[in-house]
Design a protein around this ligand. Structure first.
Ligand code: ATP
Length: 234
């Protein structure tokens, strides 16, 4: 049973079509990775799910509830969290203050904060530290923890490993696995295939606003030429 179904999203920037019939299904506790070259439409697809860009066609259902007509500000409350590209933290605020902002999105409680911190235990030691002084990997974890304060069923992650050192990438990978193990459905956008192979259950390749092919991670592992064919690496 899928927790989130997205069907037939079309979206435009001016006259240029950025999404063409974009469809995905996600089950709880699985990681679907969206791969594709620069400009393929991956970021646009996440924004369309969040309702922050206008769709001209398509529907979205979460846990049996049709969210298609909801305004963008209702989407996180309905249970979909988004960690956009680049770390949008309030650098002058502490870790604790940044998390409070996450808690205010939904009527969240101490329990939600404990849940988010349980997923990212490294943050518990740094609650009073200014966010701007965290390492890159810790900042990424803080943005993910802030998103998890709404206890979402689905989390959309846009290139969380961008600009991170290999050791920090390993930390993010572990964090994604913890989310998955807690039953969260993860839609992960990445450029770096090596960052996703260890965590993804399924892969969808995007090009020109469209999903061109879908594979299980075993299919990709058994035929790495697929990566070359669809994203020009591998
Ligand atoms: P990247 O990894 O480089 O972010 P992406 O796959 O996420 O790539 P998108 O950012 O979704 O790609 O962009 C898809 C297409 O839409 C590109 O051709 C891009 O130039 C265009 N585009 C994105 N945002 C806008 C915008 N605000 N106005 C006009 N065109 C845009």
């Amino acid at each position: 049973m899928s927790v989130m179904t997205v069907e037939g999203f079309d979206a435009f920037y001016g006259r240029s079509q950025a999404l063409r019939g974009f469809s995905v299904e996600l089950r709880g506790g699985e990681v679907l990775c969206l791969l594709g070259r620069n400009g393929a439409g991956k970021t646009t697809a996440l924004k369309a799910i969040m309702g922050t860009i206008r769709r001209t066609a398509g529907r979205i259902v979460l846990d049996g509830r049709d969210l298609s007509a909801l305004p963008a500000y209702e989407i996180p409350r309905a249970g979909i969290a988004h960690v956009p590209q680049g770390r949008r933290l309030f650098a002058e605020l502490t870790v604790a203050e940044n998390l409070e902002i996450g808690l205010s999105t939904r009527k969240s409680s101490r329990r939600a904060l404990d849940y988010a911190l349980g997923l990212f235990p490294v943050l518990t030691e740094r609650m009073n530290q200014r966010s701007g002084t965290l390492s890159g990997g810790e900042q990424t974890m803080l943005t993910m923890a802030r998103a998890m304060c709404i206890e979402p069923a689905v989390i959309l992650l846009d290139e969380p490993t961008e600009g991170l050192m290999p050791s920090a990438i390993a930390g993010i990978r572990e964090a994604v696995i913890r989310l998955r193990d807690n039953g969260v459905a993860v839609l992960l956008v990445e450029q770096r295939v090596d960052a996703v192979l260890p965590v993804a259950d399924r892969v969808a390749f995007m090009d020109h606003g469209e999903i061109k092919a879908r594979f299980t991670i075993d299919e990709v592992r058994n035929d790495l030429s697929l990566l070359h064919r669809y994203v020009g690496v591998g």
